[in-house]
Write a protein that binds this ligand. Structure first.
Ligand code: NAD
Length: 466
């Protein structure tokens, strides 16, 4: 495997110079080819997502496949504009010059993706890499093998290895890839592995985009409409059984609203994810990816209850089908592991607070989250929360939906990530913004050349005009 990886990498080192010179029409053709192959393989993609995660056709269509069609179409529509060198203003010494920003491809890129939205999270950075004119090596997750296989098939159908190549496999494949001097690494996964990736990249001074995770809080304030908030949170928390990087991880509710929220959340959950109000509707509710993660989440519940937390709703688990029912935990001690690590499952801890500033202090006591949600009808409170916290992205009176707009950057901050993707932000991630100055014959640069005697007027002028 190492030999094959090295030879594909070497081939891409040559081919990246050819790709640099592709124009918008040529790249659009590649994006269209990719879209056509996805369309052709659509039913296999749904089958793979069903195998890996028990994702329903509808959920997979909305959150993985149609999502990618939308992103490809958006890139096709805008690529000509994105690629155009951007004019910028002049400086004193380039007064007569043309000043431009060129978007040059980074070159050869490595894209490593996780298992939770295994199709979308590989295709989204890939289409941005293609739009920006790069070669890429892809490493999908070994924990979603059916989807990794279909990704590999699509890539083989559309591209020569010297342009895009997919290597399936586990950490050994990642480690081999991470030893190579790529021009850029785009990694989506956990903060712990993000650190390994960044360390490996540092050896070659390779630039990185890290799309990571963490604990995304939701603050519900006094003024919020609780039943509306509960339904939206139930959907955002339980889609893909909570295995969503921007799922609400825990909820902060005013003390006297806790019971109302528990009632509204359990009712919403029954409506959305159960059949006849009793049995989980497996067509709407994914399984936990594998036994290891199933046990990890069960252990989080057990640890919390052993330290005094209460299961206020749900708590049922079925090991054979790797299903954990929607669960609410209350009375959580801060020492509970569930309050200190990303849950990535359908368990929602509720923390009560007295004042909004207490809620803000809880959020700020943890690492900066990938998402922060606010439910409030009070614009002053909303502004106060936004101004006094930091997060990759925020929705007010909703959850998750910021990811669906390609006009918004998607990414984290510090431990939830660095850099961003989607739309022009993805294009720029895979491009180097190169400053290019076309000097004119009539230029003023020489005024700053030596000898400096008698040139104090230049300093005075520069102080005024720079
Ligand atoms: P992970 O970090 O365990 O794995 C991600 C990828 O890294 C996989 O392809 C895996 O094979 C590879 N990998 C694993 N160990 C490695 C190592 N030692 N060296 C190099 N590569 C290695 O993450 P996961 O469990 O697949 O996904 C869940 C995590 O991803 C959560 O933290 C979640 O929040 C995050 N996530 C973030 C986003 C986002 O857009 N920010 C999206 C989805 C998931």
């Amino acid at each position: 495997m190492t030999q094959t990886i090295n030879s594909v990498f070497e081939a891409q080192q040559q081919y990246k110079y050819t790709l640099r010179n592709t124009n918008a029409a040529q790249r659009i053709k590649k994006l269209k080819t990719l879209k056509a192959s996805i369309e052709k393989n659509e039913s296999s993609i749904y089958k793979a997502l069903q195998n890996d995660l028990r994702k329903s056709h509808f959920e997979a269509a909305v959150t993985e496949v149609i999502f990618i069609y939308g992103e490809i179409d958006f890139a096709i529509k805008n690529l000509g504009k994105w690629m155009r060198p951007r004019r910028v203003g002049k400086s004193m010494v380039s007064l007569m010059a043309k000043n431009r920003i060129y978007y040059e491809p980074k070159g050869s890129c490595l894209i490593i993706s996780p298992w939770n939205y295994p199709f979308q999270l590989m295709m989204s950075p890939l289409l941005s890499a293609i739009a920006a004119g790069n070669c890429a090596i892809l490493k999908p997750s070994e924990l979603s093998p059916s989807t990794s296989q279909i990704i590999s098939k699509i890539i083989k159908e559309c591209f020569e290895e010297q342009e895009i190549c997919c290597f399936e496999g586990d950490v050994t494949v990642s480690t081999t890839l991470l030893n190579l001097p790529f021009d850029h690494i785009f990694f989506t996964g956990s903060p712990a592995i993000g650190k390994i990736v960044m360390e490996a990249a540092a050896k070659h001074l390779t630039s990185v985009t890290l799309e990571l995770g963490g604990k995304s809080p939701t603050i519900i304030d006094q003024s919020a409409n609780i039943s509306n908030a509960a339904e939206k949170i139930a959907w955002g928390k339980l889609v893909n059984a909570g295995q969503t990087c921007i799922a609400p991880d825990y909820i902060l509710v005013p003390e006297h609203k806790e019971q109302e929220f528990i009632k509204a959340y359990s009712e919403a959950t029954q409506r959305l994810f159960f059949k006849n109000n009793q049995q989980i509707n497996e067509d709407a509710y994914a399984k936990i990816i594998n036994p290891k993660h199933f046990k990890r989440i069960v252990a989080l519940i057990e640890d919390a209850t052993s330290k005094g937390a209460k299961i206020s709703y749900g708590g049922e688990t079925q090991e054979v089908s790797q299903t954990i029912n929607p669960t609410l935990l209350t009375q959580l001690p801060s020492a509970a592991n569930i309050m200190n690590e990303e849950i990535f499952g359908p368990v929602l801890p509720i923390i009560t607070y007295k004042t909004v500033d207490d809620a803000i202090a809880t959020v700020n006591s943890k690492s900066k989250p990938l998402a922060l949600y606010i439910f409030s009808e009070d614009s002053k409170n909303t502004r106060h929360i936004i101004n006094n916290t930091s997060a990759g992205g925020t929705c007010v009176n909703d959850v998750l939906i910021h990811i669906s707009n390609p006009k918004l950057p998607f990414g984290g901050v510090n431990s939830s990530g660095m850099g961003s993707c989607h739309g022009i932000f993805g294009f720029k991630t895979f491009s180097h913004e190169r400053a290019v100055v076309f000097q004119s014959a009539m230029n003023m640069s020489s005024m700053i050349y030596p000898p400096y005697e008698g040139k104090s007027w230049v300093l005075k002028l520069l102080k005024k005009l720079m």
